[in-house]
Design a binder for this molecule. Sequence first.
Ligand SMILES: Nc1ncnc2c1ncn2[C@@H]1O[C@H](COP(=O)(O)OP(=O)(O)OP(=O)(O)O)[C@@H](O)[C@H]1O
Ligand SMILES: [Mg+2]
Length: 271
Amino acid sequence: MSKRAHVIVVGNEKGGTGKSTVSMHLIVSLLNRGLSVGSIDLDARQATLTRYVQNRQNRKDAAHLGLKVPNHVAVPPTTDREADERRLLETFGHLTALHDVVVIDTPGSDHYLSRLGHSFAQTLITPLNDSLVDLDVLARVEPETMRIVRPSHYAEMVWDTKKTRALRGEKAVVDWIVLRNRLAHLDARNKQVMEKLLVDLAKRIGFRTAPGLGERVIYRSLFLEGLTLLDLRHGIPGFDLNMSNVAARQELRALVESIGLDGLGSEPAED
Ligand SMILES: Nc1ncnc2c1ncn2[C@@H]1O[C@H](COP(=O)(O)OP(=O)(O)OP(=O)(O)O)[C@@H](O)[C@H]1O
Ligand SMILES: [Mg+2]
């Protein structure tokens, strides 16, 4: 009997919120737990995740360091929507039959492939920069009172994809996790406002929040090197495992734990 992978989609219609960075860190974290991981890049025009994986494969020391890579497939859009959707369904079917977990990275804009990708999610992770500008894709906030007026387009899209699942005869339940990213150490007032709004909104549109990720410059330098924070324990020249990086790894661990993949793999001592 073929197994069926747990499907994690990383999505947000706002660009630059950390979807590809979170996807890659999640993938490596799951691989390090001994899970087999397939990954799909649905933002294949920009192809950040695809290049991240390639950068990792191209490292001369990859084998020596024991860097694991996912079974990665990019699904770039063409002008033929039906053919594109068919290709995604085939890719998805193939990877879910082969692996324990499939992670799907999506573009920061509305697209039919992204919608179809979202409809596969058992877990949906939405990284959100810690600002009211980013909150706008989830909800309209009244500036005078700072109250939520109504859910906005991305929240509606997530709702629609649940209906798509139900139409396919699948369970419509999605565990939707909103992850605050790039949390600043200062700016306590903004933090509080965001916190309150997210608590209100979570109840209203049905998500939960995970412990956030702090703003850390190291994320930028890791991309070209094909590395994640989880690899730094190997003692890679130029990358110290300093206090900030250790704290960042703890934040990532908290994220993976909050997804709750109980029974799938076990946490390695070093992560
Ligand atoms: N916690 C963080 N601290 C510092 N920089 C971060 C953090 N998370 C992401 N970044 C940086 O923010 C930029 C955008 O991240 P990323 O490409 O992962 O976002 P994205 O949501 O995938 O963007 P897009 O919508 O364009 O696909 C990158 O330069 C990345 O290195
Ligand atoms: Mg991206």
